[in-house]
Design a protein around this ligand. Structure first.
Ligand SMILES: [Mn+2]
Length: 334
């Protein structure tokens, strides 16, 4: 349920309404827009008699929110959320560019890629430390030492770092070292992990869409994190599973306009994992920018042929540089 206050409503009159609903045991979430104040009510809203709220002079209207996600709902927060990732404003006018290798493999590899993507204009560095691999026999990531290398790369380049958290065991370490904590596609509905992340992760969270999840399921996962105390969630579309086997997944471009309508949270597109082929990255990245995404997450490797993970979908640094130049032109044209 949401209450929209009149533009000229007085502070004390607003407070009286808030006191009324809080007395009923409901939580209030305030969103101050340019002209209007919107207050979302979370809890057992059957206790609220809308007529008793509507009679208040300060209230413009009261509406039911039928979607099960509340805090993530655009009705609760009509303006776009801008999320601050160690100084990088995700969801602002400026496109967020996340780039780096699938996995951290060595100091030389990471530092070279970090410097190159920084020169190309990337503003966040990605790198996997703990890897969710389909096979237990595949490379599982370097773990803690990879996070230390990411911290070193951040010191050298100034790029804040993004890495995937797989287990609550590593929450403290991620709070210390990582700027944006990724929850991967395979963990999107790991509800125990989502609760822990909401309660204990002090950094913004990048929530990838599950392989076969609907928009509503995805937003409910964001809702878990937000309801447990962390409001700074960024969504990432990374391709969904369809009947097509030629590509790794199918990039759902419609996710961009649909999510812009349903939620105020920023949306980033990962064209690397979507197509699984390096030559699909450029056209899909361009299409995503045209469709209105807030950022791009792209895998870049200095030697994709010998990469330990996701080589076929990784761009070489030169190609990434070329792509970003084209994206800049595209932004101007738009
Ligand atoms: Mn990868």
């Amino acid at each position: 349920m949401i209450i929209v206050f009149k533009p000229q409503a007085q502070k004390k009159d607003i407070q009286r309404v808030l006191d009324k609903v809080e007395k009923l045991g409901l939580q209030t979430h305030i969103s101050q827009g340019e002209n209007t104040l919107v207050v979302g009510l979370v809890g057992d809203t059957t206790r609220v008699d809308p007529k008793r709220i509507e009679v208040e002079e300060s209230v413009e209207r009261i509406m039911k929110v039928s979607e099960p996600y509340k805090l993530a709902n655009r009705a609760f927060h009509p303006e776009d959320s801008v999320i601050d990732v160690s100084g990088v404003k995700v969801g602002s006018k400026e496109l967020t560019l996340i780039a780096g290798p699938c996995s951290v493999e060595s100091k030389e590899q990471l530092l070279e890629v970090a410097h190159r993507v920084k020169e190309s204009g990337a503003n966040l560095l990605r790198g996997g430390a703990y890897k969710p691999r389909t096979s237990p026999y595949s490379f599982q990531g370097m773990g803690s030492s990879a996070l230390d290398l990411l911290v070193k790369a951040k010191e050298e380049t100034g790029l804040p770092i993004v890495s995937e958290l797989m287990s609550e065991k590593h929450i403290e370490e991620f709070n210390d070292k990582v700027d944006l904590v990724q929850i991967g596609a395979r963990n999107m509905q790991n509800f125990d992990l989502l609760k822990e992340v909401g309660e204990r992760i002090k950094k913004p969270v990048l929530l990838k869409r599950g392989l076969s999840n609907t928009y509503e399921e995805w937003l409910m996962s964001a809702e878990y994190i937000m309801a447990h105390g962390n409001p700074n969630v960024i969504l990432c579309e990374r391709g969904i599973r369809t009947f097509e086997t030629y590509t790794r997944n199918t990039l759902d471009l419609q996710a961009i306009p649909v999510l812009k309508r349903l939620t105020h949270l920023p949306i980033i597109i990962d064209p690397s994992h979507a197509g699984g082929k390096w030559w699909l990255v450029e056209p899909m990245a361009k299409a995503s920018v045209v469709a209105g995404c807030d950022g791009l997450m792209i895998e870049v490797h200095n030697d994709p042929e010998s990469a330990l993970c996701d080589g076929p979908q990784s761009l070489k640094p030169d190609r990434y540089d070329d792509l970003i130049k084209k994206i800049r032109k595209l932004e101007k044209a738009l």
